[in-house]
Design a protein around this ligand. Structure first.
Ligand code: AVJ
Length: 322
């Protein structure tokens, strides 16, 4: 992720109303570490809820999908995915499966992520832990999916964590189209999505008491300043805020200007101004109702086969057939 790409996103987003940046710039090394801390916060339920569903449903997911290859978008360290890989490799080991993969031959895991270092390190570890699995990492953004390896009709593509919530409506539609095109009939998508709930809990999940999410949000200012050599851009001039927008059914993360900001970007040859009290939108996190999510999948030529939630019904996993 280059300076030129960031400058393109700045040019595209900063002069809109409200000014905005895509959330991918959060995840430099420090940001990735902070996100990892977020997943362990008491207020941030999605990671635990999703892990609970995967722990309960992985054998069923592998069986129903008939998968012999698993592909994961935004894999990171693939921490939550291991329980699914356990199910994949043990289903093969018992011979309970029929056809390809029944002897553990040809089982594949293909993690995709934008961070090369994390991806390659994690791939090495996975190869040690799962000797019967071929691990084929690929550095990729969700926007340009590479052709997927594995046997057509037996692929399972994971998009976990609720990251589908980061897209605006039109982006989500385009994303689902791209994913559908990357899959063959009979392949499956496993989609993690956060569910609508008490707004107080939603806001707390994005504005925790320990201030980790605030630090994560403000780190974006450091990333932008460092990457673009911006003048007049200081993290002390911003305050983190999380807001629930009922109509759009989403949490917005914002950086509110604590004083008038004037930042000059040498690569853009422009000065960006933000008046005290106005904000930069740094992330949207859409929360779904299961029926609308399943409708959206159906509109993009997926058959939503099954949805599961955790006990508390905070988070969902939906298995959809291409
Ligand atoms: C990784 C995009 C799913 O939206 O909940 C967590 C990112 N931002 N806390 C989310 C995030 C602030 C997270 N996703």
């Amino acid at each position: 992720m280059s300076r030129a790409e960031l400058e393109a996103d700045l040019r595209e987003g900063l002069w809109r109303d409200p000014p905005r940046l895509p959330p991918r710039w959060f995840y430099d090394e420090r940001g990735s570490r902070l996100f990892d801390d977020i997943t362990r916060l008491p207020e941030y339920y999605p990671t635990r809820a999703e892990a609970e569903i995967l722990a309960a449903r992985s054998p069923e997911i592998v069986r129903v999908s008939g998968a012999t290859s698993v592909h994961e978008l935004g894999a990171g360290m693939s921490t939550k995915t291991r329980v699914l890989l356990d199910a994949l490799t043990s289903a093969a080991g018992t011979g309970a499966d029929d056809g390809a993969g029944s002897d553990g031959e040809g089982l594949l895991f293909a993690p995709l992520d934008i961070s090369r270092e994390v991806l390659l390190e994690s791939a090495e570890e996975l190869r040690r832990e799962y000797p019967m699995l071929t691990v084929e990492p690929a550095v990729s953004d969700f926007h340009d999916l590479p052709p997927l390896a594995g046997e057509p009709g037996r692929r399972l593509l994971l998009f976990l964590g609720g990251t589908i919530g980061n897209f605006e409506e039109a982006e989500r539609a385009a994303f689902l189209d791209r994913v559908r095109s990357a899959l063959s009939p009979g392949d499956h998508l496993l989609l993690g999505a956060d569910l609508v709930k008490d707004p107080a809990r939603l806001v707390a999940a994005y504005d925790d008491a320990a201030g980790v999410t605030a630090d994560f949000d403000l780190n974006l200012i450091d990333v932008v300043r460092r990457t673009t050599a911006a003048e007049g851009l200081r993290r002390e001039d911003f305050a983190h805020q999380a807001v629930w927008d009922e109509d759009a059914s989403r949490v917005e993360m914002r950086l509110v200007a604590r004083r008038d900001v004037a930042a000059t970007f040498p690569g853009l040859g422009r000065t960006w101004r933000l008046a005290q009290g106005d904000h930069l939108r740094t992330e949207i996190s859409r929360k779904f109702r299961l029926d609308e999510l399943r409708d959206a999948l159906a509109q993009h030529a997926f058959d939503p086969v099954e949805s599961w939630t955790d006990e508390a019904e905070d988070f969902s996993l939906t298995l959809a057939r291409a």
